[in-house]
Design a protein around this ligand. Structure first.
Ligand SMILES: [Zn+2]
Length: 134
């Protein structure tokens, strides 16, 4: 069984395939995870589904701009980067993703608030963000 660290396939899917189970588009694959982008109210939601599980483990809300999401994902390496950029909320109580090779990129993988800003930098979503020092 191939582990995530031996992945040679590119992360972003060249041909976006429809995922009927999640009513979204599979935009990327990493190991046994598929990254699905779906419409959710006024937002787009990017989720990571592991294997044939019925739930998703990680999720991020983006504004409705598919090109912007893809631009962020093109700059993203799921092997060494915890979370992509550009989102404004982690929906619900999903856990914070930790990349398997995260120690290779400590600058990128600094702690972030629930709105995606690095802790210690300005949170543009909530001026009273509970994750930021006030
Ligand atoms: Zn915040």
């Amino acid at each position: 069984m191939a582990s995530a660290s031996t992945q040679t396939e590119p992360f972003l899917s060249e041909r976006m395939e429809w995922d009927p189970e999640w009513a979204g588009v599979v935009v990327g694959r990493h190991g046994d995870d598929r990254w699905v982008l779906m419409e959710m109210g006024f937002n787009l939601r990017l989720v990571v589904v592991h294997g044939d599980s019925t739930g998703y483990r990680y999720g991020w809300c983006y504004s409705r701009d598919v090109e912007a999401v893809l631009r962020h994902l093109r700059a993203f390496d799921p092997e060494t980067m915890d979370e992509p950029m550009g989102w404004h909320k982690r929906p619900g109580v999903y856990e914070v993703r930790r990349a398997p090779g995260r120690e290779a990129n400590p600058e990128y993988n600094r702690p972030r608030c629930r709105h995606g800003a690095y802790v210690g930098e300005e949170c543009t979503v909530d001026p009273f963000c509970p994750d930021q020092e006030q």
